[in-house]
Design a protein around this ligand. Sequence first.
Ligand SMILES: [Mn+2]
Length: 426
Amino acid sequence: MHLADEIQEFNHKSQAAHAFHFQYISELLGNKGMDVQTIIEKIIAFQIAIPSWALGTGGTRFGRFPGGGEPRSLEEKIEDVGLLHQLNQSSNSISLHIPWDIPRDPAALKSHLKAHGLKIDSVNSNTFQDQEDQPLSYKFGSLCHTDAAVRQQAVDHNIACIEHGKALDSKVLTVWLADGSNFPGQQHFRRAWQRTADSLANIYQAMPHDWTMLIEYKPYEPNFYSMVIPDWGTSYSLCQHLGKNAQVLVDLGHHLPNTNIEQIVARLMHFGRLGGFHFNGSMYGDDDLTTGSIKPYQFFLIFNELVDAMSDPKVKNPPLAWMIDASHNVKDPLEDLLQSVQNILITYAKALLVDRTALAAVQENNDVVAAEELLRDVFATDTRALVAEAARQSGGAMDPIGVYRSLGIRGQLIEKRGKKSVATGL
Ligand SMILES: [Mn+2]
């Protein structure tokens, strides 16, 4: 039986239970004057890119414990994302990492993508590690390096990424720099910023006019004293230096504990400079845990700001690139991604339920308790039936992980690819 038919059969089996939950939330929202079908259509339209490096089991510097059946090639990575998309109908693109996923035959790859209903999202450059055939080392930085020849090598690599992306119809280059210093005095802060800005300008100029450069920030790791781009302010300053096609990328895990990420998101959208989003879960730092697994309320508050700005016609922020950037070492990577997408959709759905007119009124009146209660009421609303209904209407599985497990898909992948196949990447 084909997977599409299997999905229909599973949906059919749980239809009665689903109808009960869906009826309840439909009445609840209907009584508040909301149109449930409009919300469902927004959930269906929300698509999250899957990074090619999240399809293998992640690890730490201490070890890696792959579960087998990992994709051995870019083609197999596309097959895995195609499988995810078939299950949840919400993962219609794949983000590539160069040089881990250099497309050898773009035409063949494009037809492979099309066959799976997918497209290429962003291309991601890598100047945080040395490649075997690379003449100069990034040990002391790439775009910020003191040696102009190293900077040029890193610029050329980013331009090569743009070329690979053009061949696959991508329109986004994501730049994350590991550049920084490990000890006080090692790096001159102002000169490092200026060299980075000049290098980025050379890449920006090589970018087609309809492309976007996303600049990601991170407070620490792999450098532990200073990072050249540690925070959103530095990313923003570089974007202003470059031009309107440069945007800040917020990665949820790239903040120090207790940072008010929802306020950062609101600020950047107010300035029209939020370009993309990397979803993951974080306890301490860049933990790359499953999205929404640790602080679901904070995640809701972030989505609340995103939806608030997206639904305000006065906000002139471009459409955002949504991507998962996580991979963990104790879960089946495909189950982890299915969980993450479900958590994102459930939280997005909650943010869609906020009565923005009522919230604005209590905010303007300084009614602290009413404002907080309004958000808490929405946060406590169970939106899973809305997400399940969106999946049902778009041909996906109402319970994607249930279907994945019942069909023994990991076992099939191990049989096909072997117990010891390990995906390229982190
Ligand atoms: Mn990221």
